[in-house]
Write a new protein. Structure first.
Length: 84
């Protein structure tokens, strides 16, 4: 029984930079995103005025390619570079 989102459920290997935030892999992309949001909210990294923006701390900047602020859509693209 194939599902349309099976690619999201496939366990992915996680880079060392991303593992600092979400833990060691492999884990599905959906779980990575979920844990990333837990980290962002726990550390108050969402911009209070524009909740679509993430203000990265030192660990997240490594994942975001050195950027201090990214929007949530750009974040998904940057995080996918750390999954294989």
């Amino acid at each position: 029984m194939a599902t349309s989102n099976s690619a999201f459920m496939k366990p992915m290997n996680i880079s060392d930079e991303l593992a600092v935030i979400v833990g060691k892999g492999p884990m599905p992309r959906s779980e990575v995103v979920k844990k990333l949001w837990v980290y962002i909210k726990k550390n108050g990294l969402q911009d209070p005025k524009n909740k679509r923006n993430i203000d990265a701390d030192a660990d997240l900047q490594k994942v975001f390619g050195g950027k201090k602020t990214v929007n949530m859509f750009e974040m998904t693209k940057l995080v996918s570079k750390h999954l294989s």
